[in-house]
Design a binder for this molecule. Structure first.
Ligand SMILES: Cc1cc2nc3c(=O)[nH]c(=O)nc-3n(C[C@H](O)[C@H](O)[C@H](O)COP(=O)(O)OP(=O)(O)OC[C@H]3O[C@@H](n4cnc5c(N)ncnc54)[C@H](O)[C@@H]3O)c2cc1C
Length: 306
């Protein structure tokens, strides 16, 4: 097991693990900053980060981690993550080098590491506006599908036709949308710790106005600030942002972490915030909203620790 973020690995198992990892096609880094790999810009370091260059290298890394008992997690563009200040003492598997897109009139197939905005642009340029509801959502293709990213009334899971994953032991499987149990900002992919390799989306003749959606985002969200998007899930029939605003929490700060004045469900890193400051602001927001409205807010962002 990778004992501590930032330390080199001593046990025989660890040596075998890292030696093996180094033979795989891709880039291995030790003691790698995760703050620089997340849009929040906070958090400690990963003991080891591997960016496989092929699905086979990804499979082998997963198998190795499973065989050596090394905890691991998949990393896309880090736009929905809050990494603990202590970092992650296991293996981070970045999909950044898993790239490739195929587009035809009926579908778009891409590897998990493709940036979602680039895919939306590509489809739009090719004359298909049906993916434009995803315009302005940062992230990787794989991360978007795992999170079932979207806007009110439409999410990426609605248009997934099939996807290929590795199970936690490295077994390859092709799944149907039904297998994925897509729900509001969640999926069986997260629950079952599956790793998306590629996915195929259905293109339709629906049309979303990309420019109007982007303009609405710019007007209502702190898009250029360091954040992870909406921190809390909307409770059934309610808006988390409106509850936070009504509880008088806009602008509340802990250190360099602040509840956005533009969109109360965003916490922004003003520069140099720690993960602990963000966590403590999250606690303040939850308690105040509960005290005011008897609603306990659930996190939409994913917290990485350990
Ligand atoms: C300014 C801003 C606006 C946003 N607006 C929206 C919005 O309107 N709607 C919305 O839904 N979200 C929004 N988000 C949140 C975020 O962009 C999405 O959740 C995004 O799809 C996450 O993708 P990612 O690649 O960054 O995932 P990451 O943050 O890297 O990871 C998120 C989760 O997915 C898992 N994961 C990543 N890649 C894979 C893979 N290949 N296989 C399996 N699991 C994987 C990770 O382990 C993690 O649990 C916003 C974020 C920001 C910063």
């Amino acid at each position: 097991m990778l004992s501590q973020a930032g330390t080199l690995l001593h046990s025989v198992t660890e040596r075998t693990f890292t030696d093996e990892l180094a033979t795989l096609p891709g880039k291995v880094r030790f003691d790698e900053s995760l703050a620089s790999r997340t849009t929040f810009g906070v958090g400690g370091r990963a003991a080891c980060l591997f960016s496989p260059e092929s699905p086979l290298a990804l499979k082998r890394a997963i198998e190795l981690a499973a065989a050596c008992g090394v905890p691991w997690l998949a990393l896309g563009a880090g736009s929905n993550l809050l990494v603990a200040d202590e970092g992650f003492s296991g293996l981070v598997l970045s999909t950044e080098r898993l790239r490739g897109v195929a587009l035809n009139e009926a579908s778009l197939r891409a590897f998990a590491g493709e940036p979602l905005p680039a895919l939306v642009n590509l489809a739009d340029l090719a004359g298909c506006q049906s993916l434009n509801f995803l315009a302005g959502i940062p992230g990787s293709f794989g991360g978007a599908i795992a999170m079932n990213a979207g806007i009110p009334g439409r999410a990426i899971g609605d248009v997934v036709e099939e996807l290929a994953v590795f199970l936690p032991d490295g077994t390859f499987e092709v799944l149907s949308p039904k297998d994925c149990q897509f729900a509001y900002r969640s999926s069986a992919i997260l629950e079952r710790k599956l790793t998306i390799i590629w996915a195929r989306l259905r293109l339709t003749d629906e049309s979303y106005d990309r420019e109007a959606l982007l303009a609405r985002r710019r007007a209502s969200q702190p898009v250029s600030a360091k954040s992870a998007g909406c921190v809390f899930r909307n409770p059934p029939f309610l808006s988390a942002g409106r509850l936070i605003d009504a509880a008088g929490l806009k602008g509340v700060r802990v250190g360099m972490a602040k509840v956005s004045e533009q969109h109360a469900n965003f916490i922004v890193n003003l520069g140099g915030a720690s993960s602990a400051e963000i966590r403590s602001l999250i606690d303040i927001v939850r308690r105040k909203v509960y005290k005011s409205f008897r609603v306990w807010l659930e996190l939409e962002i994913r917290v990485i620790e350990g």
